[in-house]
Write a protein that binds this ligand. Structure first.
Ligand code: BES
Ligand code: MN
Ligand code: ZN
Length: 497
């Protein structure tokens, strides 16, 4: 979809559709009021008759409204005016775009971006309108033999800003929103692909193609190189699989050579059967999404490269399957990680931490400013925070703060949990340096504690995205989170440097 920014009166727009808001006390927004005046009170008449009450997300499509130059006027409910905040703004835009995409308009001019959102400037509104619109029209039908056609898909949105002096900010914000959306689309596509297609080799190929397209570096380390690096923990997870493991290294340079990079580490389990500690059958198909951390790293690289951000960024993706066979790692086995620390595997289903820990050790060579790993790590995370917030853990308060802020800003929110020493006891082992699982209680925290043992040499944060990376039920599919959070955080680094 294409986006442009414009400033001007709604009744004067020559367009297939003009989109304006109505508040819940039956109060037209400023732009709805302009149309009302031009049409001799037509809008207020409709409101008075009770056909548009302004309930958040409700819509009413009108044709040939007199006094206006557009073919249609779409009224969108904004909810109560004093409750109109980030989430409400996004819901209103989503409702409008969904409707526009299903009706006859190829194009529309949206005035919702002129509505005031508490604490948010016009740039925020434009960026979020773009992201929400792109999210709403996303489809994944590449695996269908006969994709259902959208008859008249929405091709172009013009977003209106209050003043001509807002045009520059609006355009920059639209570019940011579009880059984030492209990153999310990529992350969603990769997440939605099935495990028989999206193998470690497929991820490696896609990473190489992306690097080629966008002009950054990509190197793929093969099994023999991983053996040389002594990545015994990562390799132990791949033992039971016929798919060769890949360790994908991405390097984007947008700043001077001397500037140390941020490093993103993404969990790339292309299918998690649990291994010998086999998972139950119910919903096991969802474990094709266990590479969504990796997908979010690729998506963030796509966004950062598209924006030519002035930062240096490294991406590390250990990719493999977790499968059971005669060569698979067994409960009780003891392995040696790249760091030299030994690990007793008490449950082969706690495999994410085993591939991430070697990547965290590998990250040391970059002397990074900060390392952030992103992983669908624990089912316990879904219990703790549901499908709304990402779990955030960090050994640095300032890094945690920066990520929490980026989450608020991008409405891709996270919530911090503790990493206190008291939780580490759970990982004690009688035979190795420590075990790969603790007790069931606080499972997300002990998993993060495990990772922290490999991240002592730099500022580090861990994002457990198990609850937010995909949706279940009717809307089943990858969400592209946390690409908005990561991209927003990295762009803030650009200004910090
Ligand atoms: N990939 C799963 C975590 C997961 C499960 C994410 C369900 C989303 C939904 C991870 O590899 C896993 O299996 N974790 C185990 C850890 C346990 C064995 C300590 C879990 O959460 O059950
Ligand atoms: Mn697992
Ligand atoms: Zn897993």
């Amino acid at each position: 979809m294409e986006f442009t920014i414009k400033s001007g009166s709604p009744e004067k727009q020559r367009s297939a559709c003009v989109v304006v808001g109505v508040f819940d006390n039956r109060k037209p927004s400023l732009s709805a009021d302009l149309i009302d005046r031009a049409s001799g009170g037509y809008i207020s008449e409709i409101i008075r008759r009770g056909d548009m009450e302004g309930k958040l997300g409700s819509t009413l499509l009108l044709h040939n409204v007199r006094g206006t130059l557009a073919d249609r006027v779409l009224l969108v409910g904004l909810g109560k005016e004093r409750d109109f905040r980030e989430s409400e703004f996004r819901s209103a835009v989503r409702a409008a775009v969904r409707l526009l995409n299903e009706t006859g308009s190829y194009e529309a001019v949206v005035y919702l971006t002129e509505e005031k959102v508490k604490r948010r400037e016009v740039a925020w509104r434009v960026e979020h309108a773009v992201v929400v619109a792109m999210e709403a029209v996303y489809r994944f039908d590449q695996m269908k033999s006969q994709p259902a056609e959208v008859r008249r898909p929405l091709r172009k949105l013009t977003l209106s800003v209050p003043q001509r002096s807002d045009l520059g900010d609006g355009e920059a914000a639209a570019a940011r929103g579009l880059a984030i959306s492209h990153g999310m689309d990529l992350a969603r596509d990769l997440g939605n692909l099935p495990g028989n297609i999206c193998t470690p080799a497929h991820l490696a190929e896609r990473a190489q193609a992306l690097a080629q397209d966008l002009g950054f570096k990509c190197e793929v380390l093969e099994r023999n190189q991983l053996e040389e690096l002594k990545m015994g923990s990562f390799l132990s997870v791949t033992n039971g699989s016929d798919q060769p493991p890949k360790f994908i290294v991405l390097e984007y340079s947008g700043a001077g050579k001397k500037q140390k990079p941020c490093v993103l580490v993404g969990k790339g389990i292309t299918f998690d059967s649990g291994g010998i500690s086999l998972k139950p059958g119910l919903d096991m198909d969802q474990m094709k999404f266990d590479m969504c951390g990796a997908a979010s790293v690729f998506g963030t690289f796509a966004a950062i490269a598209e924006l030519k951000a002035k930062i240096n960024l490294v991406g590390l993706v250990p990719a493999c399957e977790n499968m059971p066979n005669g060569r698979a790692t067994k409960p009780g086995d003891i392995i040696k990680s790249m760091s030299g620390q030994t690990i007793e595997i008490l449950n082969t289903d706690a495999e994410g931490r085993l591939i991430l820990c070697d990547a965290l050790t590998y990250a040391e060579r970059y002397e990074p400013v900060a390392v952030v790993d992103i992983a669908t790590l624990t089912g316990a995370m879904v219990v703790a925070l549901g499908h709304i917030a990402t779990g955030l853990f960090s050994n640095s308060d300032s890094l945690a703060r920066a990520l929490l802020n980026a989450g608020e800003e991008s409405f891709d929110r996270s919530w911090q949990l503790p990493l206190w020493e008291d939780y580490h006891d759970g990982l004690a082992s009688n035979f190795a340096d420590f075990a790969n699982i603790g007790t069931r209680a606080g499972g997300s925290i002990t998993a993060a504690c495990f990772l922290s043992k490999f991240a002592k040499k730099y500022d580090w944060a861990h994002l457990d995205i198990a609850g937010v990376a995909w949706k279940e039920g009717k809307e089943k599919g990858a969400t592209g989170r946390p690409v908005p959070l990561l991209t927003t955080w990295l762009l803030s680094q650009e200004n910090a440097a």
